[in-house]
Ligand binder design. Sequence first.
Ligand code: NAD
Length: 454
Amino acid sequence: MKVCVVGTGYVGLTTGVSLAFLGHEVTCVDLDQAKVDMLRAGKCPIYEPGMEELLAEASANLRFTTSYADAVPGADVVFVAVQTPSAADGSPDLQYLRSAAESVAHALDHDFTVVVNKSTVPIGSGNWVDAILRDSFAQRADRPAGVEFAVASNPEFLREGNAIADTLFPDRIVIGSDNPRSLEVLNRLYRPIINQTFTAPTFLPRPEDATAVPLVSTDLASAELIKYAANAFLALKISYVNEIGQLAAKVGADISEVARGMGLDQRIGSRFLQPGVGWGGSCFGKDTKALIATASEYNLEMPIVKAARDVNQRQRAIAVERLQDELRILKGRKIGLLGLAFKPNTDDLRDAPALDIANSLLARGARVKLHDPVAAERFRKEQPELAPYLTESLDELFADCDAVVLVTEWAQYLELDWSKFVGLMRNPLVLDGRHVLDGERMRRLGYKYVAVAG
Ligand code: NAD
C-alpha cells in the first residue's frame, strides 16, 4: 500500500521505516530540512538502537521529503505523528497537528485516504482533525473531484530504546474510527504484523513467544482514550511502588524485595514496579496532565492520576533530600550524576529527572558534574545552561566527589568497575536512584550505599 508519514520524530520515523520494511511504499514528510537531509543520507537523527540498520534494509521502499505535494498524493494512508507538547495550562498544544492537517488537506488527491492520528491527542481530536481537513479541503481552489477521506486513530505504544521491536512485535494494535472503510484499510495495512507473516530483520530475530498480534478495532473516542488510560496506568504503577518505598524506608523494609514479592503475583506483574527517582520523558508527564485537563472539561476530577503525578515529582526532591541527609551541608559539595537521558537506550532528555536533580543541587550551592554515555551531545544543545557541568571522563566525575547519584540505569554504569573509582572520591557515597546496584557489593568495595527509598 502507499503510505505517507507526517513527522519523522521517534514515532513517525519508526512507523515509516517499519512499514517500508514490511513492503509498503512509504514517503515521510518533515518540515525540518536538516532531519530530512540526514535521513536521505541513511543517518538517523535520533539515537534508537537498530534504526540505521532498518533504514538500510527498508531503503528501497522509503523516501524522505519536506514537501507534502511529494508525499500525500496517491497515499492510501497518511499517518500524522507530529509532537503534541503540553501548553501552559496542561492541555496538549495542538498547533503542530492543526498545521499538519491543513497541509495534508491541501495535498489530498486520492479517491480514498485514511488520515490517521498517531500522535497522542486528546479525546475528541479525531473529530477536530476531521473538521480541519474538511474546511481546508473546501477552501482549495484547485480541489480535485472524487476525493474522499476519513479520520482514524492508531495510538502508538512504542518505548524509546525498544521502538522497532515494539512496532514489529507489539502486544496489540489499536485502531479506531467511526468509518468502517478506514478500519478495513488499516487492518489490511497491518496484516503482516497481525499475522506475523514477515521475515524478521536480520539484526532483530522474532521473539520465540511471538504469536498473532491482537487487533483492537474500535470507535474513534475509545481508541483515543485507550492510549491515555494505558499511559496513566503505567505512570501510577511506578508512583505506587515509590509511595510504598517511602513507607519501606521508614519501617526498615527493602523496597526492592517488596516490589519483587508483589510483582511475582501475575495479577500485578513485575514490570513498571521499579522504585527510584520516577518517570520522565515526553509522554507520562504530558499525557497524565492531558487526561486531567480533558476530564476537567466534563467536571470530572482524576484524583488517582493527580496523586501519581505528585508522587512522581516528589521522588526527584527526595533524591536531593537523601543527599542532604547524608552530607548535611550541600553547599560547596561536589556531586556527580551518572545518566541524563530519562531512561537508558535513548538520548531523549524531555522531562528527565536528572535535569530537576541537577538544578536543585545547583540551587542549594552544590557543584555538579554530569555524565551520559549517549545523550551528552543532545544535552549540550538543549540545556546550554547546564552544559558547562558535563564531562566525558568518569575519572573526572568521581575525582574528589562527595557523592555520586545513579540517575539513569545505563548498562555501562551497571557493568562499571566500581572498584576503580572508590579511591578517587573524597567521600565514597553512592545514591542509587534506580535501585539497580548491588548494595552489599558496593559496601564491600568501600562505598557508603544508599538508595532513594528503602
Ligand atoms: P518528535 O518531537 O520526536 O517528532 C515530531 C516531528 O514532527 C519532528 O521531526 C517535527 O519536525 C515534525 N513536525 C512538526 N510539525 C510538522 C508539520 N506540520 N509537518 C511535518 N512535520 C512536522 O515527537 P515524537 O516523540 O515522535 O512524538 C510524536 C507524537 O507521538 C506525540 O504526540 C507523542 O506524545 C506521541 N508518542 C510518543 C512516544 C515516544 O516514545 N516518543 C510514544 C508514543 C506516543
